[in-house]
Design a protein around this ligand. Structure first.
Ligand SMILES: *Cc1c(COP(=O)(O)O)cnc(C)c1O
Length: 395
């Protein structure tokens, strides 16, 4: 066994995941987390006993409550949020629309939204659409592509015109970990609302939404939360804002009395008003297992291994891939769970790597992301992956 694996207190958790088909190194858990064996069993059991056995009665036996019950678990073990502020629903893209539209409408008289060119496409496209709908101006930050948004850059751009700032906690390309509490405070000092996209941090970087005073947040269920392809996303709305914000996609499940089927939409109280339609109960099942596992291990232990993995990845890149350019922060305090390296030949090498069971992912123009999922990635696997990339470059 690799000495770093031998010294890793979390190494045993890797066996809880389904073995991959012809897999040598899976370095893409930041794009699609691996399934837990427990989730395979849960999905089968759910189909047979709950869906098949209970049928429509299931809605009264827990399904209707599941979006908020899972939200509370996420709040407790992953997000640092007290109960009643998190719900599981929709996709991240749809939730960005709901929350950002509600936020800008709640700050009338303010006509600017702050965002950055390094954010994920959905975040940028959705804000472009909302700005067009609401006659707002987008104020763009243009951070270093190997870094990310700093409190100083936000302080320079924010003003009494800013309604909302939306940023990613961990940048999807560079892996830069933003100083979310400082940026949130900077936005608040100017009277703006602070919204965070946690897709690349939820489940791998400790987050304290309540303590940081964050107003709104969204994130993915299928990356470090291992919910499976297209798993529902989550949203967070700070309790004090829940009565004030009105999300724009009105459906029966977010209404005050869904089964009255009444005329005229009236929102439910609290976080439920941010739901829209029938919750995707089947797609939520794997999240139950991953949240239980994160509760068992603890997010601080997960982060400690994540830092050890990315530190090792950078050592390997420095030693074995001297021609590749590190496009992630060297400071572990400013880095999330993946490391990005650039080389002009990566695009060309990727198909052969994937066929050989070496699976990093590729981000334009020429970046490979080495995603390290602390509970399922071993140090030996990471080394095998980097060695294969070295050999492919040399061939
Ligand atoms: C993965 C990711 C998304 C994905 O949004 P979907 O609606 O699930 O496709 C959004 N934002 C960020 C920052 C991401 O990393």
């Amino acid at each position: 066994m690799h000495p770093l694996d031998a010294a890793d207190p979390l190494r045993g958790y890797r066996d809880r995941f389904v073995p991959g088909d012809g897999l040598v190194a899976y370095l893409d858990g930041n794009s699609l987390g691996r399934p837990l064996r427990a989730s395979v069993e849960r999905l089968e059991r759910f189909a047979r006993e709950e869906w098949g056995g209970r049928l429509i009665r299931g809605w009264d036996e827990g399904w209707l409550e599941l979006p908020l019950a899972l939200g509370d678990e996420l709040g407790a073990h992953v997000l640092g949020a007290a109960p009643g502020q998190v719900a599981v629903a929709d996709s991240t893209s749809v939730l960005i629309y709901k929350l950002a539209r509600a936020a800008v409408d709640a700050r009338p008289g303010r006509d600017e939204v702050l965002l950055d060119r390094g954010n994920f496409p959905s975040d940028r496209y959705l804000l472009e659409g909302i700005a067009a709908e609401r006659g707002l101006t987008l104020r763009w930050l243009d951070p270093d592509p190997a870094g990310g948004v700093t409190p100083e850059a936000v302080a320079d751009a924010v003003s009494e015109r800013t309604a909302l700032g939306l940023f990613s906690s961990v940048a999807y390309r560079s892996g830069f970990l933003a100083d979310a509490p400082a940026i949130t405070a900077t936005l608040h000092d100017a009277g703006a609302l602070a919204m965070w996209d946690l897709c690349h941090s939820a489940g791998v970087v400790p987050t304290s939404l309540d303590a940081w005073g964050v107003d709104l947040a969204v994130g993915c269920g299928y990356k470090y939360l291992n919910g499976g392809p297209g798993a529902p996303a989550f949203l967070y709305v700070r309790r004090e804002l829940q009565g004030e914000l009105r999300q724009p996609i009105h459906g029966w499940i977010g209404s005050r009395a869904p089964f009255e089927m009444g005329q005229g939409y009236e929102p439910a109280d609290g976080i439920r008003s941010f739901l829209t339609g029938t919750p995707p109960i089947v797609a939520m099942q794997p999240l139950v297992d991953m949240l239980a596992l994160l509760a068992e291990v603890g997010i601080d232990a997960v982060r400690a291994k994540s830092v050890a993995l990315t530190e090792h990845a950078i050592r390997l890149v420095d030693g074995e891939l001297p021609d590749a350019r590190l496009a992630s922060p060297r400071d572990p305090a400013r880095r999330g769970g993946h490391v990005t390296i650039d080389h002009p030949r990566f695009a060309q090498l990727l198909p052969a790597l994937w066929s050989a069971g070496i699976i990093p992912d590729f981000r334009r123009p020429d970046g490979l992301r080495l995603g390290c999922s602390p509970l399922s990635t071993s140090f030996a696997e990471l080394e095998a992956g980097v060695a294969a990339i070295r050999d492919a470059l040399a061939a």
